[in-house]
Design a protein around this ligand. Structure first.
Ligand code: ATP
Length: 364
């Protein structure tokens, strides 16, 4: 079965600037797929090409196996939800939602039935007669979603739909969007620069940087197994450890970190002695302890001095100076809740982690 939406070797240039460079991407039917990346990486440009507001200079866009590259927006079975809602201010909420179906010449009964269904879906039946100005930001965005979904698109394109809302509302609407997706079963293509938003709503994510896709995968794959330094740093926080392989093993290898001695790393690909390696180690994988721990052959412990401590309620972050390295460790409070004296600024501590907890990066 072909993917529902396919970008095939798509390139888009603006003058001499290449905004999208040879992107190939498959989005499967029914999934919520996010394009995630920093400002200017090309997310919106890709989305606009899927909507038909923009065209690739090279490559094709296929929907259900059909080439739609040159199809005008109104002939594509896709609808877009924008950050700015783009509602008609003079029309009621009901008429905003009914606008598309009426234009398409649906019967009055069908327009009424589907509009009611959408009002119910986004929980705005009680507000149907109001004008957009009488609604909150979150409610307006729900109208925009209903107005797009009533057309029964094959793909709903969402361009930073929650960016204008405050944090609490954003979190609530994310849950609601997820529930709406489950109910309607339509494919969502979601653009965001917010990694938390992408991680929580997506079945799969494509991480973009400078017009290319760095990595595509399920949220946990991208978080646990980032393929590049960019992905490791963009999705959550991480420590980068650079070293030289001293003993190459089949599964575990030893490598020397400048100023720190040797650590053991888990290598999922063959390494050569003398090879430079780059390991991503997430703060929450490191345990901070006071006493030098007894280790198995696959564990690491390095000593250092606590330089900064920030208490976040559910967890505490430590920045520990270990020779020339400044390493960040995050401790959930259950780790030391029985310890009457958690480490403080200036304390000598040990940082402990298992070789499996570090992730060998493919590329720098
Ligand atoms: P943001 O999160 O800030 O919206 P984005 O990842 O969606 O960023 P795009 O809007 O796709 O980024 O833009 C990608 C790059 O292409 C940017 O450098 C932008 O300045 C450039 N660009 C986009 N549209 C045009 C245009 N019409 N003319 C010239 N340059 C453009």
């Amino acid at each position: 079965m072909p993917p529902l939406l396919r970008f095939e070797n798509v390139t888009r240039r603006f003058g001499s600037f290449t905004a999208i460079r040879d992107v190939t991407l498959d989005i499967e039917k029914g999934e919520t797929f996010s394009l995630l990346g920093p400002s200017g990486c090309g997310k919106t440009t890709l989305l606009r090409m899927a909507a038909g507001f923009d065209r690739p200079d090279e490559g094709r866009i296929l929907l259900d196996g059909r080439d739609i590259t040159h199809l005008p927006p109104d002939q594509r079975p896709v609808n877009t939800v924008f950050q700015s809602y783009a509602l008609f201010p003079h029309l009621s909420i009901r008429d905003n939602i009914a606008f598309g179906p009426k234009l398409k010449g649906w019967s009055a009964a069908e327009v009424a039935r589907e509009t009611d269904r959408m009002l119910d879906l986004v929980d705005l039946t009680a507000h149907a007669a109001k004008k957009p100005a009488q609604l909150s930001g979150g409610q307006k965005q729900r109208v925009a979603i209903a107005r797009a979904l009533v057309n029964k698109p094959q793909v709903l394109l969402l361009d930073e739909p929650l960016a204008a809302l405050d944090l609490k509302l954003r979190q609530r609407l994310l849950v609601e969007l997820d529930a709406i997706h489950d109910e309607v079963g339509i494919t969502f293509l979601y653009v965001t620069h917010d990694q938390g938003e992408a991680m929580s709503i997506s079945d799969r994510i494509a991480v973009m940087n400078h017009g290319v896709i760095e990595q595509t995968g399920k949220p946990a794959e991208i978080y646990e197994a980032p393929r590049s330094s960019f992905v490791a740093a963009f999705i959550g926080d991480t420590n980068f450890l650079d070293g030289t392989v001293t003993t190459a093993g089949d599964r575990f290898s030893r490598c020397a970190l400048e100023d720190l001695g040797e650590i053991v790393i888990d290598n999922d690909r063959p390494l050569r002695e003398g090879e430079q390696v780059h390991v991503s180690l997430r703060p929450e994988k490191i345990v901070v302890v006071r006493e030098k721990p007894a280790l198995s052959g696959e564990e690491n412990a390095i000593s250092g001095k606590v330089e900064d401590v920030i208490y976040f309620g559910s967890h505490t972050r430590y920045w520990v100076r270990c020779g020339e390295w400044r390493i960040c460790a995050e401790m959930q409070h259950r780790h030391y809740q029985l310890d009457a004296s958690p480490p403080q600024w200036g304390d000598e501590v040990w940082l402990r982690w298992h070789a499996n907890d570090g992730y060998l990066l493919d590329r720098y």
